[in-house]
Design a protein around this ligand. Structure first.
Ligand code: ADP
Length: 425
């Protein structure tokens, strides 16, 4: 629409409103007409009556808001700023976060602490300076700097108590428009807990270091023997035969290690999928015992099986459960050899969980080692394990399989008396 058209429309509206206004003021106009008529009848000068009449009409029009109505609407008067803080809204959002968060004022006082922060650092006094609870010079310097420069900042911070934790602590200014027209300057201090990430990183690098170390030793010895056979023992068939025997042992050890590593990684991939088969543990334990008889005979150990009548079924993967009991019985024979007897008990009392206990009468395991036995490559004695063809991965595999089976491994050991490994389904 063009400018001229707008003006035309405004004029039309004016006349319409004037007509309607005159309609509304009809009583006043009527009264004016009656007065004029009476005045003329009474012999007043007709021009004086006309002037009176016009004056009355003007009064009527002046009362009318007509002129105001056609003027463009005046902008609404601005509301006076109320300066109501936006902190409650900000806090409501931050309260729902699972990351520990504090809101600080310009003077580094704590204005808000969310539940995650309360859990991590204990309740803080609202209004108190941040240093009343957090003493770390790194964090305090960073807070001071950001308040002064308005630039976000972050540092890594570790806490030792109540438990060892590592955080990425970040501070950033937030400018929140408050209920009035002004902007409220607050500072958001957040604590991202990276302890678990660090632990997994450390585990991964330890694992790679351990696995390489385990493979490097037999590889180095293989290389040494090959060089000897090519050099000094070139014409010594007896030495060659002996060295080849050792080399075969070393390669067998390496392939055992690789098998165990592959087994672990396969188990990790399906750790969250519970097995859906049903397995009868009675024949399974008999099968494992039979497969270990050659080893038990070599070590001069008897494996005694104590199973109830009938069947004892659990939800499980047969091959994996065979691997679990093979590992436990083999360890009992190897490390409890001097006890000469390994007892395997299968219990399923009414209302009781199904349990399998593999019990030896060996030297036992010192208490400080027990909680770490299922860690990869953890061995009470590395030499002892190596001499018994151990890889240090057996119990780690057992633990992974049992986790997938929602079963627990309970270790009870007494020095000089022996060790019980119990699997509770
Ligand atoms: P390895 O391949 O060394 O046998 P495992 O993970 O099966 O690895 O066992 C870890 C360590 O636990 C072994 O090196 C050994 O020191 C200890 N261990 C396991 N079973 C027994 C047992 N029945 N008696 C004493 N020590 C045991």
């Amino acid at each position: 629409m063009r400018r001229g058209e707008i003006r035309l429309e405004e004029k039309e509206q004016f006349w319409k409103r004037l007509a309607s206004r005159l309609g509304q003021e009809r009583p006043v106009l009527l009264a004016a007409a009656v007065i004029a008529f009476v005045a003329i009848a009474a012999g007043m000068d007709k021009w004086a009556v006309f002037a009176l009449w016009v004056a009355m009409a003007l009064v009527a029009l002046a009362r009318s808001p007509l002129l105001v109505e056609i003027k463009p609407a005046a902008p609404a008067e601005e509301e006076a700023p109320t300066h109501q803080s936006a902190l409650p809204q900000v806090s409501a959002v931050l309260g729902a976060l699972d990351v520990a968060v504090l809101v600080l004022g310009r003077d580094a006082s704590v204005l808000f602490q969310n539940r995650a922060a309360e859990k991590a650092f204990g309740a803080m006094t609202i209004g108190a300076h941040i240093s009343a609870r957090l003493r770390s010079p790194g964090i305090l310097d960073m807070v001071r700097e950001t308040i002064a420069t308005n630039a976000p900042n972050q540092i890594e911070h570790s806490e030792r108590l109540p438990s060892e934790r590592v955080y990425i602590v970040r501070i950033a200014p937030i400018e929140v428009p408050d209920a009035g027209a002004s902007v409220e300057k607050l500072f958001l201090l957040s604590f991202r807990d990276i302890s678990e990430v660090r632990r997994i990183d450390r585990m991964r690098s330890d694992f790679v270091a351990n696995a390489s170390h385990e493979l490097r030793t037999p590889l180095a010895s293989l290389r040494g023997f090959i060089e000897t056979i090519q050099g000094p023992a070139r014409n010594d068939p007896k030495a060659q035969e002996r060295f080849l025997g050792i080399m075969l042992d070393q390669t067998t050890r390496m392939s055992r290690l690789v098998d165990d590593l592959l087994s672990l990684s396969r188990l990790e991939l399906k750790s969250h999928i519970a097995p859906d088969e049903t397995v009868d543990l009675v024949p399974l334990l008999g099968h494992v015992r039979d497969s270990l008889l050659p080893l038990a005979n070599d070590l001069d150990v008897a494996i005694n099986l104590h199973v109830p009548e009938g069947t004892v079924e659990v939800a499980g993967d047969r091959d994996e459960l065979v691997q679990v009991f093979e590992n436990l019985m083999e360890n009992a024979c190897k490390y409890g050899q001097e006890g000469k007897v390994v007892d395997v008990w299968l219990r399923n009392g009414p209302g009781q969980p199904v349990e399998v206990t593999v019990s030896d009468k060996g030297p036992g395991i010192p208490a400080e080692h027990v909680p770490r036995l299922t860690e990869r490559f953890y061995r009470v004695s590395v030499e002892d394990s190596r001499s018994k063809k151990g890889t240090g991965l057996g119990l780690a595999i057992v633990k992974h399989i049992l986790t997938r089976h929602r079963a627990r491994l309970i270790v009870k050991s007494e020095i000089g008396k022996g060790t019980d490994f119990t699997v509770r389904f």
